[in-house]
Design a protein around this ligand. Structure first.
Ligand code: SPV
Ligand code: MN
Length: 653
């Protein structure tokens, strides 16, 4: 049973400011010396000794020339923007407010090889496959790398908040960085947190991040990638990141905070999930129904959250809380750090328009800038220039890298960073401190020959065990390494789970205990291919799958049973294809899409068993017995129906 949630804040009360004696604090002389009077005052006014000590400890270690402390003022945000331009971390583009930032050629994605979850020795055997490392060894290594790393630079201290400030969901964060680009990204992506720190009652509960881009080359890119580190000290809620710039590795509030939040949620009985939040609009019924969806990178997550006609609340990270028996969520961010590849007028019209709008504050990263000083990217749907600048430096068509590989116009993990507020389809509930009620969960993978386009799980537990835990994806460019390899992606969260995986699975199962209403779990797969290797549906078919799920949530449409859940009926989909896509939906395509493929499913479940046997010693027997029972059931089903079961033919015993 989950603990009752207490609001741990007193929003109207200002706290005593002089909570600790500066004269006795060992870091006070150092910080006073490195900070202007104004910066020092901003820090001491918070009266938070734990915060003060953290900043002191890492300023002493990293040895920047000076330290700038931000509060929530617009002038501090402006200072960050200006310094990022002055230092060349960002360069203005032709359209007002738009800038370009480049990460180094080999610093273009999350770097699992350099990312570690630091845990005590006893925890290591339970954390296989979870990037775990002995805490003492890891800390000694990364602290050695951080020593003196900011020499000659100015460090910025920025306070932000995960989630709407002063809400039952929110967690304050402090970032120390020598990169103004990183702080500018945080300014766009997260809510300012100075006031939150000032007012929050529990002064010890906050996440702490240190980042240094390290030595920079003439283009302003990190040089010492061999010393790249992203180390989560999970026992202490600190993340130390060095010698990198790609935001997934450097922006503390993004994936670092996610790993810390997952750990904390495991202790406290809530959930932090790698999910979008969106409101599916049913105009006929004048209602919005909120769904959260987890998709591994580049599997259609942002495109789903941004589906034309629907409303977006968030596109990446959701905290879930049981609030008075209701399954509620907030987007912890207030912006999008989105993949720009394939954003074009046809497939992502809202984002495409947003990215062309002068006056919006937008950071483009790792795209091509042409002689017209405008950004160009892969899949943009316009002819790009034949030369310009990109993540490789000066670029021309046909340019090859050191390994003889032709460099495309832009990296396939090139990104844009914007505020959510710019989007025409933003749902203003994203500011609600109580979050929104979640009525459906979606897990989306990428496999070309297995899962049907949409299926509803029979119940929460089987949805978690058979679908969420067995989610897989072909690897994509968001992670450095080989692309196109089928990899386990439980809850699309494997890169971020930071406590033993069996406990994480159980926390997911138990989370709904005592809830008034448990959301149904759906799975989607937009990547089924036909015999000719082509995708079976257009990208926009999700315009039908989501309204179907919305009707299911409200019990307003029937379904056929399949061996692992419920699938749509032809007679329901056919008019929806007409209404939402103006397409004739043939019975032939329906059968091809929704036939149950037994052998690929048996193979998927078998892979899951093998993976968790190897990597998750704490995974409860119940999971293995459920996977094995499903395999036995499917084998039995095969002897009765053959390897494929046409929709509508299956009968559950
Ligand atoms: C993702 O790939 O899931 C992202 C971008 O949200 S990153 O910050 O790299 O994780
Ligand atoms: Mn993500």
């Amino acid at each position: 049973m989950l603990e009752k949630l207490e609001l741990s804040i007193f929003p109207n009360e200002r706290r005593e400011l002089d909570m600790f004696d500066l004269n006795k604090n060992r870091y006070a002389p150092l910080l006073k010396n490195k900070m202007s009077d104004a910066s020092f005052r901003k820090l001491t006014a918070l009266g938070n000794e734990k915060l003060f000590d953290f900043i002191g400890e890492y300023i002493e270690l990293c040895q920047p020339e000076s330290v700038y402390m931000c509060d929530d003022s617009d002038s501090d945000a402006e200072y960050i923007r200006r310094r990022s331009l002055e230092l060349g971390e960002e360069t203005p583009l032709s359209r007002e407010g738009h800038t370009i930032h480049y990460d180094g050629y080999d610093d273009q994605g999350r770097a699992p090889g350099a990312t570690k979850n630091l845990v005590s020795k006893e925890d290591l055997p339970l954390m296989k496959s979870l990037l775990a490392m002995d805490r003492e060894v890891g800390l000694a290594d990364v602290r050695g790398i951080l020593e003196g790393i900011m020499k000659g630079k100015e460090a910025i201290v920025k306070l932000s908040c995960e989630g709407p400030t002063l809400s039952p969901f929110s967690i304050g964060c402090v970032q120390i960085s020598d990169s103004f680009y990183v702080c500018h990204s945080e300014e766009l992506l997260y809510r300012r947190g100075y006031e939150h720190f000032m007012k929050v009652e529990d002064k010890d509960r906050f996440f702490r991040f240190v980042h240094s881009a390290g030595r920079l080359d003439s283009r302003g890119c990190s040089i010492d990638l061999d010393k790249r580190r992203i180390y989560q000290d999970l026992n202490d809620m600190v993340v130390l990141s060095a010698n990198n710039q790609y935001a997934g590795n450097s922006v503390g509030l993004k994936k670092h905070a996610m790993r810390l939040a997952i750990r904390l949620s495991g202790k406290e009985g809530w959930l932090c999930e790698h999910m979008f939040i969106m409101g599916v609009q049913n105009e006929k019924k004048a209602r919005a129904t909120y769904f959260c969806g987890a998709f591994p990178s580049a599997c259609g997550k942002t495109a789903t959250a941004m589906l034309p006609g629907e409303k977006i609340v968030g596109d990446d990270i959701a905290y879930f809380r049981n609030i008075n028996g209701e399954f509620r969520t907030v987007n912890v961010e207030r912006g999008i750090f989105g993949i720009i590849k394939d954003v074009n007028a046809e497939d992502d019209p809202v984002i495409f328009r947003t990215l062309q709008t002068p006056g919006h504050e937008i950071i483009f990263s790792n795209v091509l800038t042409g002689p017209d000083n405008l950004p160009y990217w892969l899949g943009m749907g316009v002819d790009p220039p034949k030369k310009g600048k990109n993540h490789s430096g000066d670029w021309f068509e046909g340019k090859q890298d050191g390994e003889g590989i032709v460099i495309p116009i832009a990296h396939s993990n090139a990104r844009y960073t914007i505020r959510l507020g710019y989007l025409e389809n933003i749902d203003l509930v994203y500011e609600d401190k109580k979050g929104v009620l979640v009525e459906g969960i979606i897990y989306g993978g990428r496999d070309s020959d297995c899962s049907v386009p949409i299926e509803e799980a029979p119940d929460w537990e089987s949805g978690i065990i058979l679908k969420a835990c067995t989610l897989e994806s072909e690897t994509t460019s968001a992670t450095i390494g080989q692309e196109g390899v089928l990899a386990p992606q439980p809850m699309a969260n494997l890169d971020f789970i930071s406590y033993p995986i069996g406990q994480y699975f159980m926390n997911n199962i138990r989370f709904v205990e005592g809830m008034k209403r448990v959301p149904p779990i759906f799975t989607v797969n937009y990547f089924l291919r036909g015999k000719d290797g082509q995708f079976l549906t257009s990208k926009l078919a999700k315009k039908v799958w989501l309204p179907w799920a919305e009707l299911r949530v409200h019990g307003e449409v029937g379904a056929y049973r399949s061996p692992l859940g419920y699938i749509p009926r032809y007679e329901d989909l056919q008019p929806m294809f007409r209404e939402y896509l103006g397409e004739d939906f043939s019975m032939e395509l329906y059968v091809e899409l929704f036939k149950f493929r037994i052998d690929p499913w048996v193979a998927k479940l078998t892979r899951a068993i093998q993976f968790y046997e190897k990597t998750a010693p704490d995974c409860p027997d119940k999971f293995f017995s459920t996977w094995k029972a499903a395999i036995a059931k499917l084998q039995q089903t095969k002897s009765q129906y053959g390897p494929f079961i046409e929709p509508g033919k299956y009968r559950e015993n």
